[in-house]
Design a protein around this ligand. Structure first.
Ligand SMILES: Nc1ncnc2c1ncn2[C@@H]1O[C@H](COP(=O)(O)OP(=O)(O)OP(=O)(O)O)[C@@H](O)[C@H]1O
Length: 347
């Protein structure tokens, strides 16, 4: 549905030039939710604004629903943009218009008659759960309600694509969750393709099917969300992932942790479960069949992209040969195993 080929965007010329986006290739299939994540200044806003030509790329080609937008002139763009809705971090509502009139605006601009506008706006108000606030002005709404109005306005012309530019960054965690749930519902109900940019891995984990990571204007890694959590290679990706997972080694264990397998010290392992992990009761098999007791220190298991994944910190207690057999068994079952060290017993 969206296909970006060799997109670059340069601001300015010569030595002053800023290469905000460099040579980016990205495909978003119809009906998919794709998240682009990166740190501040990485080029996320520039990239998403290139998709609807709010910024014209310096190079490359932008196909949306088969149409190359870079070939259109400024008078042809407004019609093509009806296929592409967009929402923003700060909502961008018109404060002098009511909720109803904000949502009606793109329909008025498209020349729709009053009765049809009324029907469509009422449908949209219902979709975003704001029928009771139709006559309110934006100033009287909460941040979450404002974003709901912005979503309704973006959906008014029945676009095939929705672009979300840090759409939840100005919202508290609970409101963020409700907006993400709404976006996912809309994606399912309407088959809408969504491209979002964010600096929060939580957003990606909650609603995206695929994720791409951008650093210094370049896409450095991309993949299905569940795969990405378990397999991402770049340090930046791993940093984003650990920001959503709390697996610190408790202080008391840190003090007893040594690098070498001293006699009597037990291996402390970090187990990574991914979409590839074989779904069987591994922990009970270790204790029942391999005689290794597993003491779980902490675990953070998640469900994202339709797949269970997560991490666990555990101590393995058994004689060395059995512990080795247990580690091999886990690896055979596609669990990532990392021995973090060996924990000396008390005393
Ligand atoms: N209109 C502009 N003129 C010149 N430089 C720009 C312009 N817009 C963005 N840049 C520069 O391009 C780079 C990428 O900016 P961009 O806003 O796309 O990053 P971002 O990842 O969205 O950052 P943030 O999360 O902080 O919004 C930055 O170095 C920025 O200073």
């Amino acid at each position: 549905m969206i296909k970006l080929t060799n997109i670059s965007k340069r601001y300015g010329e010569g030595e002053q030039a800023v290469h905000a986006v460099r040579n980016i290739n990205l495909d978003v299939a119809a009906g998919q939710i794709m998240g682009v994540i990166g740190e501040s200044g990485a080029g996320k806003s520039t990239l998403i604004r290139c998709v609807n030509m709010l910024e014209r790329p310096t190079e490359g080609c932008v196909l949306v629903d088969g149409q190359d937008l870079t070939l259109l002139n400024n008078s042809e763009l407004p019609t093509a943009r009806r296929n592409i809705g967009m929402i923003f971090q700060h909502f961008n509502l018109l404060s002098s218009r009511t909720v109803f009139a904000n949502i009606a605006l793109p329909l008025e601009l498209a020349g729709m008659n009053k009765a049809a506008i009324k029907q469509r706006v009422n449908e949209l108000l219902e979709l975003v759960g704001l029928s009771h606030r139709a006559e309110a002005y934006p100033n009287a709404l909460s941040g979450g309600q404002k974003q709901r109005v912005a979503i309704a306005r973006a959906l008014a012309p029945n676009p095939k694509v929705l672009l979300c530019d840090e759409a939840t960054s100005a919202l508290d965690p609970q409101t963020t969750q409700s907006i993400l749930t709404l976006l996912k519902d809309i994606n399912r109900q309407l088959g809408l393709t969504i491209l979002l940019i964010t600096h929060e891995m939580h957003v990606v984990k909650t609603i995206c099917d695929r994720v791409a990571i951008i650093s210094d204007g370049e896409l450095i890694e991309q993949g299905d969300v569940a795969w990405f959590f378990a397999n991402a290679k770049t340090e930046l990706a791993r940093r984003f992932i650990s920001s959503t997972i709390n697996l610190d080694i408790p202080e008391e264990y840190q003090q007893r942790l040594v690098a070498e397998p001293l006699a009597g010290a037990l291996p402390l392992v970090r187990l990574g479960f991914s979409g590839e992990t074989v779904d069987s009761p591994l922990i009970s098999i270790l204790s029942r069949e391999l005689n290794v007791d597993v003491s779980i220190l902490s675990a953070d298991m998640e469900y994202a992209g339709g797949v269970k994944f997560g991490f666990m910190l555990a101590e393995l207690d058994g004689v060395p040969a059995q512990t080795q057999a247990a580690l091999a068994y886990l690896r055979d079952h596609k669990i990532q195993v990392e021995v973090l060290g060996y924990v000396r017993r008390h005393g």
